[in-house]
Design a protein around this ligand. Structure first.
Ligand code: RRO
Length: 310
């Protein structure tokens, strides 16, 4: 028997496979479908204080190698996801509540509601949404990141995680990790959000393919796997007291295995889940189990961070 169980923030997950926030997680129907499919965990759609309609359509397009999106944070408002999480917190499937308040004050208000509800569900604080017009990705401004974490941890005394954007320079990994390591309550890092502000062009129509922001949007799928693995590994090396959640470019069991090797404890799937639906998660679990068996591993824990260098 190959065990896919893994411990994350002190909770057992039956498999390391979750949805990425934003995919198949905006409504209770979608979230319930992930649970029913046997997801190893479920992340809710990033939420704001008030419900949002998001950006005009078309706002998500699949391409041969992945996807581009500028959804613009459409969501039902934090109370909806809090209620769903509360109703499922004692179920077999661990939940992460993704929070993306538009201001620090909004984030503090949502976190206060999480505490008031006594919710034993970790928050994944999204500091990297690339698609709200006029709002830069906060985690690219390390002073703003520091100030936000100082404000959050002054009030929020529960372990939580951060959804980070991809960084592209070793100095930026060092600088970001130095900030993050001053906050022990930041218990996990989800690497990566989509690569922000890419541009897909349809040569036949000579046009962009999504309407918001003149076609600029977050890139996911095959395009981003090496960037995601680099970010997982860079933060796994630099933040030994934090767990890393891998996200980016996963559509096969081998991709999951690569994220584990790089140092991920859990692995999230976005673009491929959008393409294939919740049945993808048990398929990936089967592929991962077969790969572990072939390689002689009996647990996913043996693989984590085992990446060899030359
Ligand atoms: O809703 C979105 O447009 C969105 C978000 Br909040 C995010 O964090 N990442 C992304 O690719 N899209």
């Amino acid at each position: 028997m190959t065990a896919l169980t893994t411990s994350f923030l002190g909770r057992q997950h039956a498999t390391p496979l979750l949805n990425a926030s934003g995919v198949w997680c905006s409504t209770a129907t979608e979230l319930d479908a992930l649970v029913a499919a046997g997801a190893g965990g479920v992340v809710t759609k990033s939420c704001t204080l008030a419900p949002r309609a998001g950006n005009p359509e078309p706002r998500y397009v699949a391409t041969r190698l992945g996807s581009i999106n500028s959804m613009g944070l459409p969501n039902e408002g934090f109370a909806y996801y809090l209620d769903w999480a509360a109703a499922h917190a004692d179920g077999p499937t661990p939940i992460l509540l993704s929070v993306a308040g538009l201001t620090v004050a909004d984030n503090l208000a949502i976190l206060a509601a999480v505490r008031a509800a006594g919710l034993r569900v970790p928050v994944e604080l999204n500091l990297s949404c690339p698609n709200v017009p006029g709002k830069p990705q906060l985690a690219y401004d390390l002073d703003a990141l520091d100030a936000t974490l100082a404000a959050v941890t002054a009030e929020h005394d529960l372990p939580f995680g951060l959804k980070l954007p991809p960084y592209f320079d070793l100095v930026h990994f060092d600088e970001a990790a130095a900030v993050l390591n001053t906050y022990p309550l930041v218990a996990f890092l989800t690497c990566i959000n989509s690569i922000g502000n890419g541009l897909v062009i349809d040569v036949e129509t000579e046009s962009v393919v999504i309407r918001p922001k003149d076609g600029f949007g977050g890139i996911g799928g095959d395009y981003v796997l090496p960037t995601a693995l680099a970010n997982v590994n860079a933060f796994h090396r630099r933040c030994p007291d934090k767990q890393i959640v891998g996200c980016g470019g996963v559509s096969t069991g081998e991709h999951v295995f690569a994220h584990l090797l790089a140092g991920a404890s859990l692995v999230q799937v976005g673009t491929a889940l959008h393409r294939e639906g919740p049945g993808l998660l048990p398929r990936l679990a089967d592929e991962l189990a077969a790969l572990l068996r072939r390689k002689g591993y009996t647990t996913v824990d043996e693989v984590r961070g085992r990446l060899r260098t030359l």
